[in-house]
Design a protein around this ligand. Structure first.
Ligand SMILES: C[S@@+](CC[C@H](N)C(=O)[O-])C[C@H]1O[C@@H](n2cnc3c(N)ncnc32)[C@H](O)[C@@H]1O
Length: 373
C-alpha cells in the first residue's frame, strides 16, 4: 500500500486479528540494557513505584511473527485533546511549570515542555494547595510543600464518573495521568456499545483508574503492574469506586512475562491498553526497555486480541521518537487484520481559572491505536 493520509478501511475479505501470522523469524539481537543508575532521572521518576534493585533476569523471548497481508488503513495525525472537567483541568503553564486543578486541590508541578511564559499573575501560582519541590534530599511527602497548611497523602477525585484517590507521591505524580482520559472515554463507549461481555487487559496499569472505568462500563478486567504498592492503591481505589464486586484481576507481574504466559494459555482480550514507561522493572527485577521490547510486546499483544477485538491502544511518553515510530510499528504488527491505525499525540489544553478558556496545548505523550474499522 502506498503511503497516504487518506483512510482506507478493511483488509482482505475474511481477514481478522487472527489472520496474517504465519511463521516466526529470529528477533534482532537485543541491545545491551543500561544499568539502572544510568536511567535519566525524569524517566526514573515517571516510573515511580519501582524500587527493586535485584539482578535482572532475561525477559522472556520468542521470535517475532512474520506478518503478511496489507497494513491497516491509517488516520494521521490525530491529536486527542483532554476535556477539562470538575475532576481535572490545566489552569495555566509556563516557565517550566504547570498549574493544575485535581478535584478540590490546586497543584503546581514541574513541566519541562512549558517553555513559554505564564499567563496568570504570580498570586494565582502562589495561592495553591500543593507545590512539588523536587527536593531530592527528601523522600515521600517531604518533596511536596503545602502553602495553605499540611495535607494528607490522599484526597478524593473523580474522573469519568469513577471515584478514586488523588495522591501526593514522592515522584511528583498524583496517582493519575489525566491525559489518558481520552482513551478511557473511547474505551468506555466501545464497551457500552458492544452489548456483550468485553474483556480488557490493562498493562502497566498503575493505580487502576483505567481498569475501574472499564469495570464500571461492564467489562471484565485484567490489570497488570510490577509495583505491589501501585496494585495496593488500585485495590483501595476499587473500594472507593464502590466496584468491590466488579470482576477485576489485580496482577503484580512483569508485563512481558504476563503476556507471554497468556499467549501460551491461549487467553484472549477484546481491548488491550498498554502504557509502558521507557525503562522499568518487573517485580523480580525483569528489565523493561521500550526500544528493545516494544516490538515483541505488540507482537504478543496482537496474538492476545480476540476475533471480535475492539481495539489495541499504545501510549508512549518520555521517549525521543516521533509518533510515526509507534504508528508504523502498530501497522506492521496489525498487517492482515484490516481496520485502521490512528496515531498522534495526547494533549492537555490550558483552560484558565474558570475552565472555559482555550489556552495553549501541552503535549503529554504519543499514541497509536488500532481499531477494527
Ligand atoms: C506511568 S505508569 C502508567 C500509567 C497508567 N497507564 C495510568 O494512566 O494510570 C507506568 C507503570 O508501569 C509500571 N511498570 C514499570 N515496569 C513494569 C514492568 N516491567 N511490568 C509491569 N509494570 C511495569 C510501573 O509500576 C508504573 O505503575
Amino acid at each position: 500500500m502506498t503511503k497516504t493520509t487518506k483512510m482506507r478501511r478493511g483488509g482482505p475479505p475474511g481477514s481478522g486479528p487472527a489472520s496474517g501470522r504465519v511463521e516466526k523469524r529470529e528477533r534482532p539481537r537485543q541491545a545491551p540494557v543500561p544499568a539502572k543508575d544510568a536511567r535519566p532521572k525524569a524517566v526514573a521518576e515517571r516510573n515511580a513505584p519501582l524500587k527493586q534493585e535485584r539482578a535482572a533476569p532475561a525477559a522472556p523471548e520468542r521470535p517475532l511473527m512474520t506478518r503478511t497481508g496489507d497494513t491497516p488503513a491509517e488516520r494521521i495525525p490525530v491529536i486527542l485533546e483532554n476535556q477539562s472537567s470538575a475532576g481535572f483541568r490545566l489552569i495555566d503553564s509556563g516557565a517550566g511549570e504547570k498549574l493544575e486543578q485535581y478535584g478540590d486541590y490546586r497543584v503546581v508541578r514541574p513541566e519541562a515542555q512549558a517553555l513559554w511564559q505564564r499567563s496568570l499573575p504570580a498570586r494565582h501560582w502562589e495561592h495553591v494547595d500543593a507545590v512539588f519541590t523536587g527536593d531530592t534530599d527528601e523522600d515521600g511527602m517531604g518533596r511536596w510543600r503545602f502553602p495553605k497548611g499540611a495535607l494528607g497523602e490522599t484526597w478524593p477525585m473523580q474522573l469519568l464518573d469513577v471515584d478514586f484517590h488523588g495522591r501526593f507521591t514522592s515522584f511528583r505524580h498524583v496517582g493519575v495521568f489525566p491525559e489518558q482520559q481520552v482513551h478511557w472515554d473511547w474505551m468506555r463507549q466501545e464497551i457500552e456499545k458492544a452489548k456483550r461481555p468485553v474483556k480488557v487487559l490493562n498493562l502497566f496499569g498503575y493505580t487502576g483508574v483505567a481498569s475501574l472505568i472499564a469495570a464500571a462500563a461492564g467489562a471484565e478486567v485484567t490489570h497488570v503492574d510490577a509495583s505491589k504498592k501501585a496494585i495496593g492503591w488500585g485495590r483501595e481505589n476499587q473500594a472507593l469506586a464502590r466496584l468491590d464486586k466488579a470482576p477485576i484481576r489485580w496482577i503484580c507481574d512483569d508485563a512481558m512475562k504476563f503476556i507471554a504466559r497468556e499467549e501460551r494459555r491461549g487467553n484472549r482480550y477484546d481491548i488491550i491498553l498498554t502504557d509502558p514507561p521507557k525503562f522499568g522493572r518487573g517485580p523480580n527485577g525483569e528489565v523493561w526497555h521500550l526500544f528493545d521490547h516494544l516490538p515483541l510486546m505488540l507482537d504478543i499483544g496482537r496474538e492476545l486480541l480476540s476475533d471480535k477485538a475492539l481495539g489495541f491502544v499504545l501510549t508512549a511518553y518520555s521517549i525521543r521518537a516521533s509518533f510515526y515510530s509507534i504508528h508504523e510499528l502498530m501497522r506492521e504488527t496489525m498487517r492482515g487484520a484490516g481496520g485502521v491505525v490512528e496515531s498522534g499525540e495526547l494533549i492537555i489544553r490550558e483552560s484558565g481559572l474558570d475552565g472555559s478558556e482555550k489556552g495553549r496545548a501541552l503535549s503529554t505523550s504519543l499514541f497509536s491505536r488500532w481499531v477494527p474499522a
